[in-house]
Design a protein around this ligand. Structure first.
Ligand code: ZN
Length: 384
């Protein structure tokens, strides 16, 4: 009997695996994969100041190539459960649609990949021609420090090598088959701090209001960073908060701050971007504004997966099943692909993202079946 992606997705949704809780989700997958002959490992990672998080790595086969499927079983909280039309952790199927937190992001994707892999194994005497691996974390939706980044390192230390990876995040925009994500922009956070001299508002000549200087620098830093590149839209710096924290009406503050985030493309490296911003601020300050920029550490570098044979294979598999030719996109926020790209080329392809993180998150049963067929064809072509 072929594996049923809807049943697997439903059982996963029923696990209350809000980050950092495992919620039974990895235990469930472990049982399923072990039964199919996978060698399954669990690894709990922790570090000071963070909650320990459970992760899973499974592999079947010893030979190369090793096709890796990556994903996360953790989900964001459901919010007010009363506003859901079906309880968020009940895994109810109604109107041919699976409802529940994680149905789209991304328990549905994991279920489809596993169903496809089990079906492939069933058709090939229980063994792939190379290897199929799964790298499943419970730490993606939160700070992502005890998940994929550490699990990849753990696997590499064991001598695991990966040839290609599909990350099953909901990559499609409107309809299944419209988009593969083949890279992501980088993300960098900074704080601009202007120092003046505190004083009485009635005697401004004795003070130096830092808000004036902050205005000048904010305006200067909002000029375009570039015009985009072959694979990316233009980089963007966005101010997210302007803070003086002055509760007093007759006081000129001594310091003013503004926080900003930059989403940047492959025309910049992190360090070059920092230099560019600091130079622009310096030019605008013209020696008259006393400022500093504090940069927060970032593990979200820009990357692009250049089209190659595996991208072509994925596009063909999607087109064969859906009749659509997906476009290669680098839009959206960051994902664990930023860590995987250091080990092997990675593409992101999963369900349609419309309802992810929303009330009544849901995946049509038809989409779960179609996505399984796409993954099945990818696996077949990969080892064919
Ligand atoms: Zn996700």
């Amino acid at each position: 009997m072929p594996a049923d992606p809807v049943a697997i997705a439903r059982d996963l949704v029923r696990c209350r695996s809000v980050t950092p809780d495992e919620g039974g989700a990895l235990g469930f997958l472990q049982g399923l994969l072990a039964q199919a002959g996978f060698d399954v490992h669990r690894a709990v990672f922790a570090e000071p100041g963070t909650a320990p998080v459970d992760n899973l790595y499974a592999r079947i086969g010893l030979a190369r190539p090793n096709l890796l499927f990556a994903g996360h079983t953790d989900v964001v909280p459901p919010g007010n459960e009363a506003s859901w039309s079906h309880p968020p952790f009940a895994g109810e199927v109604a109107s041919a649609t699976l409802f529940g937190r994680g149905a789209v992001d991304m328990k549905g994707g994991i279920a489809c990949f596993i169903a496809a892999a089990l079906d492939y194994l069933d058709a090939h005497g229980g063994k792939p021609k190379g290897s199929i691996s799964l790298l499943i974390t419970g730490d993606e939706e939160s700070i992502a420090v005890n998940g994929t980044v550490k699990l990849l390192k753990w696997a590499a230390d064991r001598g695991e090598k990966f040839d290609n990876c599909v990350l099953g995040e909901p990559s499609n925009v409107e309809v299944l088959g419209d988009t593969i994500k083949a890279g992501r922009r980088g993300s960098l956070n900074g704080t601009l701090i202007v120092t003046g001299r505190q004083g009485h508002v009635a005697y401004p000549e004795r003070a130096d209001n830092p808000i004036r200087g902050l205005n000048v620098l904010i305006a200067a830093l909002q000029t375009p960073l570039d015009a985009g590149s072959e694979h990316f839209s233009p980089s963007n710096l966005e101010f997210t908060s302007v803070d003086v924290g002055n509760p007093t009406v007759n006081l000129i503050p001594g310091e003013a701050r503004a926080r900003f985030n930059i989403r940047y493309n492959d025309r910049h490296s992190q360090s070059a971007l920092k230099t560019l911003i600091e130079k622009r601020a310096q030019a605008a300050a013209a020696g008259r504004v006393n400022f500093a920029i504090e940069w927060q550490p970032s593990n979200a570098d820009v990357f692009v997966t250049e089209p190659g044979p595996f991208t072509a294979l994925a596009i063909t598999a999607i087109a064969e099943v859906t009749g659509r030719t997906p476009k290669l996109s680098t839009s959206g926020g960051t994902s664990d692909a930023r860590f995987i790209k250091d080990y092997c080329p990675v593409l992101e392809f999963g369900l349609v993202g419309q309802t992810m993180h929303a009330v009544d998150e849901r995946a049509p049963v038809a989409d779960l079946i179609t996505l399984t067929a796409i993954y099945r064809r990818m696996i077949e072509r990969y080892f064919g």
